[in-house]
Write a protein that binds this ligand. Structure first.
Ligand code: ATP
Length: 528
């Protein structure tokens, strides 16, 4: 067998007494696309950060790269010399710098001479972007790019670094992609997979971390599964089934997701909220009625306008027009809606930007859980921290937050566990209308099932939900009705037996052709 590009032996990591990795061993062959899977908090990102030189592993482990033992801990930057590159969950781009500066960052900061030939740098950056078919301006600042463009740029940068490193060393390299797809629309995922295959064809290897089992089964050759920091399984992808992979991750059998549980037409329900002529940056004036206890999905290709809806209703983004009326009451102009007023009206918003808008990394979990309603914990004029901690712990049990220590900072949790904290925060308030943007991004397959069950139970007791998502499987699983958007307008509505993962995905794709003809159609869709 060819010499592995990466060989790990007994890699362990302890954070203040808690074991994140308990002696992990596996290897990655040249030209192999290797899936690294596991529940939230199983240790995947910790392993990646050890390879990046960000965390020092506990003593005793061994790491070989292209057959040579590497001194541990890796020093920051060692990975570049060896021929590794990374796309981390937060993408690692500098928002205030340009595309060019981000793309050529490593080269610019290590340039031997003080002189930088900007014309040449620009041409090199342009070539790299063109090679990957990415039509963005090299002078554009990162904070002006869309999330999709940012993700693709980070991916292009990682692949470009490997290409250059391999040309210099003449040996295979390794790209590590830590959940690169949540922000990518279907076309972006396909583009990424094209890049992954082209890198693997040159003999370099790719480690692909994702919670999307279908994607992992499409792109990987082998799969390593971690559970509680230990190796829980190793599978050859071609011979494995979806169920086997899920079982290796969760440790038990669970029912396949994505099978629509809807056999008939949507149940007629009384209207809870009527949105009239809501328009934002890309959303064209649209009328939408949300039923009481209904879970309404909104989706489409990225940029089609659906992703704005939760924010416009919550007053978290500027609107061009629109109003909302609750329970047949007087309409409230969306321009007069603010997050504070929305909270007073018993609305809740879970934004999609986990690392930015939704949680405060530097605050303890308990504060993140109760930020919106801390007033509830004042007893006789004093804040009862004990009551907050007790309730936070109970919520942590219910939503399987690991580790369940509410006094830890949010930043000490893995990405998926942080998302559970934020979901728990809003579900616990029992709002009348829950607005979600990509609610289970980064959440593992077992927890997804629990969150779906909690949402369904809350809807059954009368809570209305709007779920904006590009995840067709999730929408099929939880929604009573899904609206497909194209070019800012509602193109079609899916209910009943058509409400399947494939049905939703097909409608989104169909929207590419149909969007041009949608202008004259009425965008109005109602719950019953
Ligand atoms: N800086 C840190 N301080 C303390 N504990 C940490 C730190 N980073 C990670 N951990 C803990 O280590 C464990 C593994 O976390 P890690 O981020 O590697 O999980 P993961 O498998 O990448 O999860 P996810 O799928 O949610 O991203 C978790 O219990 C986490 O809380």
């Amino acid at each position: 067998m060819a010499l592995p590009v990466l060989k790990l032996d007994g890699i362990a990591k302890t954070f203040g007494g808690a074991r994140a990795l308990a002696g992990v061993s596996f290897s990655v062959a040249p030209g192999e696309v290797h899936g690294l899977l596991g529940k939230n908090g199983s240790g995947k990102s910790t392993l990646v950060k050890i390879l990046a030189g960000f965390h020092a592993p506990d003593p005793g482990g061994r790491l070989d790269f292209n057959g040579e033992a590497v001194d541990l801990p890796l020093k920051p930057g060692d990975f570049r010399r060896l021929g590794m590159s990374f796309v981390h969950q937060n993408l690692g781009l500098v928002p205030s710098l340009t595309v060019l500066e981000n793309l050529r960052f490593a080269h610019l900061t290590t340039a031997k001479s003080g002189f930088i030939d900007w014309r040449r740098e620009r041409a090199t950056a342009r070539e790299a972007l063109d090679r990957f078919g990415l039509a963005i301006d090299t002078e554009e600042r990162i904070d002006r790019l869309s999330p999709v463009e940012r993700a693709l740029l980070a991916i292009v940068r990682a692949f470009e670094e490997i290409r250059v490193a391999c040309a210099a060393t003449g040996r295979p390299g390794l790209v590590l992609l830590d959940e690169p797809t949540p922000f990518l629309p279907r076309e972006g995922v396909e583009k990424l997979f094209g890049l992954v295959r082209s890198i693997a064809a040159t003999g370099s290897s790719v480690i692909f971390i994702s919670h999307d089992i279908d994607e992992v089964m499409t792109i990987t050759d082998r799969i390593t599964v971690l559970r509680d920091g230990q190796l829980a399984g190793s599978l050859v992808t071609r011979g494995a089934t979806h169920e086997q992979v899920v079982e290796a991750i969760v440790g038990r059998r669970i029912a396949r997701l994505g099978v629509a549980s809807h056999a008939g037409p949507a149940v007629a329900r009384p209207a809870f909220a009527r949105i009239t002529a809501a328009a934002g940056a890309t959303l064209e004036p649209s009328d939408i009625t949300i039923g009481k206890g209904e879970i309404l999905g909104v989706t489409g290709l990225i940029g089609s306008g659906y992703e704005e809806l939760p924010y416009l209703v919550f007053g978290a983004r500027p609107c061009r027009s629109g109003s909302i009326a609750f329970d047949g009451g007087e309409p409230i102009a969306l321009s007069a809606m603010t997050p504070k007023r929305a909270i007073d009206l018993d609305l809740a918003l879970l934004p999609g930007d986990r690392q930015g808008a939704s949680g405060v990394d530097s605050l303890p979990i308990v504060d993140n859980m109760f930020l919106p309603d801390v007033a509830r914990f004042f007893r006789g004029g004093r804040l009862s921290r004990g009551a907050m901690l007790r309730e936070a712990f109970d919520l942590g049990v219910r939503y399987e937050v690991r580790p369940n220590d509410p006094s830890l900072k949010l930043s000490a949790l893995s990405g998926g566990n942080a998302q559970k904290v934020l979901i728990a925060r809003w579900m616990n308030r029992n709002p009348r209308l829950l607005l979600l943007d990509e609610p289970t991004q980064g959440v593992d397959v077992g927890t997804r099932v629990q969150i779906f069950a909690a949402l369904k139970a809350a809807a059954a007791s009368g809570m209305s939900v709007v779920c904006a998502s590009s995840d067709a499987e999730q929408l099929a699983e939880i929604c009573d009705r899904v609206l497909i958007f194209a070019r800012g307008r509602i193109l079609t509505e899916i209910t009943g037996a058509d409400l399947t993962k494939d049905g939703i995905a097909e409608a989104c794709y169909a929207s590419i052709d149909l969007a041009g003809h949608v202008g004259a159609a009425s965008p109005s869709v109602h719950a019953s």
